[in-house]
Design a protein around this ligand. Structure first.
Ligand SMILES: Cc1cc2nc3c(=O)[nH]c(=O)nc-3n(C[C@H](O)[C@H](O)[C@H](O)COP(=O)(O)O)c2cc1C
Length: 207
């Protein structure tokens, strides 16, 4: 049994989402000593691109064909990434808000692993069916401007609705949410940070 932390902030020691994820993991390790914990840093250079060859390969597979040549290599890279992801039973995602959505590496990760027969099945009559059933996820959402109570001038939230929907589409409906989204221009970020860290510690303990 294992948990995979999929990390999408490139900000290292300055990252709020990584600090909150670490608080989750410290208490998680205490209460889940048998669980292996691995981190997939989406910025470490190992995430493959999903460009022309991969897109052709995906559509070939959808049409019941087997990708060949460069398309086969691109498809194998996607399969390898998916296998690493799918090997985990539980997930922790750290997800900063970038331009009202998620960092592009996280969308890239989603585009790489969201393949027929991997993340989803497809039936022409009934549509998609998520295949990652029986797993659960905790998601740390951070931001510094947007807030539910702040009005349209502070942006809109394409972060949590997008990412939670992807998890559900993939078959993961057990989702624990941890947020730290101060308005850095005005708010007392310390109080919100303390609350988010405490929430993460509790969530890690009982996950
Ligand atoms: C490229 C970029 C775009 C950002 N866009 C937004 C945004 O649209 N809305 C917002 O509330 N915060 C935005 N922020 C602020 C980050 O969400 C905030 O600093 C958050 O703490 C980032 O997570 P991290 O500390 O884990 O890297 C942006 C930051 C960066 C670097």
């Amino acid at each position: 049994m294992s948990l995979l932390h999929v990390s999408s902030s490139p900000r290292g020691a300055a990252s709020e989402s990584l600090a909150i994820a670490e608080a989750f993991l410290v208490s998680y390790r205490e209460t889940h000593p048998v669980m292996e914990v691995d981190t997939f840093d989406l910025w470490d250079g190992s995430l493959p691109a999903f460009g022309p060859e991969a897109a052709h390969a995906k559509m070939a597979v959808f049409a019941g064909k087997i990708p060949t040549d460069a398309q086969a290599s691109a498809w194998q890279a996607a399969q390898r990434t998916f296998r690493r992801f799918d090997a985990a039973d539980q997930y922790l995602f750290s997800v900063p808000m970038w331009n009202t959505g998620v960092p592009y590496v996280l969308k890239q990760f989603i585009d790489v692993v969201s393949q027929p027969g991997m993340v989803f099945g497809f039936d022409p009559k009934h549509g998609y069916a998520g295949l990652l059933t029986g797993k659960k996820a905790a998601v740390v959402y951070t931001g510094a401007v947007w807030g539910a109570d702040r009005g349209a001038a502070f942006g809109v939230d394409h972060q949590q609705p997008f990412f939670d929907d992807w998890l559900r589409w993939a078959g993961i409906s057990d989702i624990t949410t941890i947020r730290f989204q101060p308005n850095l221009a005005t708010a007392d970020a310390d109080t919100g940070r303390r609350i988010a860290l405490a929430h993460a510690r509790d969530a890690g303990k009982t996950f």
